[in-house]
Design a protein around this ligand. Structure first.
Ligand code: NAP
Ligand code: F7E
Length: 321
């Protein structure tokens, strides 16, 4: 089986590549040209991957990569994925995260219409939530240009499935984290900050809204759900979540406790990290995925927090005390 992954250099792309290689797939990763390589997360498997240059902004490059790879499965994980940046670059976010999905679907429709397509949709589409917990049927009310672009990506995937009979699915994934998470996202910012403070490299951690609540899972568990969605008889959309919500404050407390420090001595709330419109509370109901895919999360909240702090402590061990 041949898989094409866009966004292979990101958190999820790297876990998905690990997983597909373990299943014997021939994996091609789409990468965009950069003056410096961003292959840190896939360094351990790079020799087993084929990497090809293309860009979500460039239709011809997407057509060409599909002609060359002839994929059986396409995982569209590439996006501008950091919510605060979407207010600074709203139209570029729309191009990457929204219209980029149409470019991928068009390339697939023209070159390899029998391939199976996974779109990385997001719980940010629920935004100002209409009901708790959120399911596949909960209406969307996105609260950022990122969320709006993801709603477009979701519906264009559904529309191409219905218009052209493509096997195209949308995975509505709630927040998922890991030691490979980008450092600006809240969980990794906390685990990295705690490790730096413990190692004597930093004294305080400046944070935004501590009351926000998220349904946080482990990225390694979530990429399995992506694959399972493409193994079904019929294309369908699924919510993937743990069913447990925790606040940013709880994450902070658990992370500092883990290294024997009191968070109140180190955390400073800084208005710079507040958002123009906030998503206060997300909680997913993944019973459809559990029932139809046989999927369930393996890593719980405490294990997730501890593993992220431990990984950052380990990474910084030669740099501090
Ligand atoms: P990530 O770590 O930010 O990775 C994003 C990837 O997209 C990177 O490989 C990046 O490449 C690539 N990319 C960005 N713009 C591109 C372009 N124009 N052309 C080609 N590649 C481009 O994100 P992630 O956490 O792995 O998330 C994967 C996907 O799932 C994203 O679509 C995200 O929006 C979505 N999602 C994530 C979560 C979550 O909690 N992690 C939840 C729901 C949905 P560079 O290395 O070159 O920057
Ligand atoms: O924020 C609050 C912040 O940036 C989580 C992306 O993967 O998941 C992610 O989006 C919460 C928010 O993720 C800080 O206000 C407090 O309420 O880790 P985050 P996100 O915005 O939920 C979804 C599902 C995606 O699809 C996205 O691609 O934490 N928060 N203080 C903070 N957030 C950050 N980043 N930094 C802070 O200092």
């Amino acid at each position: 089986m041949r898989a094409l992954i866009t966004g292979i250099t990101g958190q999820d792309g790297s876990y998905l590549a690990d997983f597909l290689l373990s299943k014997g797939y021939d994996v091609t990763g789409m990468v965009r040209r950069s003056s410096t390589e961003t292959f840190e997360r896939i360094a351990h498997i790079k020799h087993r991957l084929t990497l090809k240059q293309a860009d979500l902004l460039d239709q011809l490059s997407l057509i060409k990569i599909m002609e060359e790879v002839k994929p059986d499965e396409i995982y569209n994980l590439a996006a501008m994925s950091f919510v605060p940046t979407s207010w600074i670059q709203p139209t570029l976010t729309g191009e990457f995260t929204g219209i980029g999905v149409t470019r991928m679907l068009e390339a697939m429709r023209q070159v390899c219409p029998t391939a199976r397509f996974y779109q990385a949709s997001s719980s940010e589409m629920f935004g100002k939530v209409r009901e708790v917990p959120q399911t596949e049927l909960t209406p969307f009310h996105p609260r950022s240009p990122y969320g709006v672009a993801k709603v477009y990506g979701h519906f264009i995937t559904v529309n191409y499935r219905e218009s052209y009979n493509l096997f195209a699915v949308s995975g509505i994934l709630f927040n998922h984290e890991s030691p490979r998470r980008g450092k600006e996202f809240v969980t990794r910012k906390i685990s990295d900050g705690v490790a730096r403070i413990k190692r004597g490299l930093q004294k305080e951690l400046r944070m935004g809204n501590l009351d926000a609540q998220r349904d946080w899972g482990f990225a390694g568990d979530y990429v399995k759900a992506m694959w399972l969605m493409l193994q079904q008889k019929q294309p369908d959309d699924f919510v993937v979540a743990t069913g447990e919500a925790h606040s940013v404050r709880e994450f902070i407390e658990l992370a500092f406790d883990h290294v024997g420090l009191n968070w109140k001595n180190h955390v400073v709330v800084d208005p710079e990290f507040l958002r123009p419109a906030e998503v206060e509370h997300l909680l997913g109901d993944s019973s459809k995925a559990r029932r139809m895919l046989g999927w369930k999360p393996e890593v719980n909240f405490r294990q997730l927090v501890h593993s992220m702090v431990d990984a950052d402590l380990d990474r910084l061990k030669d740099q501090g005390g």
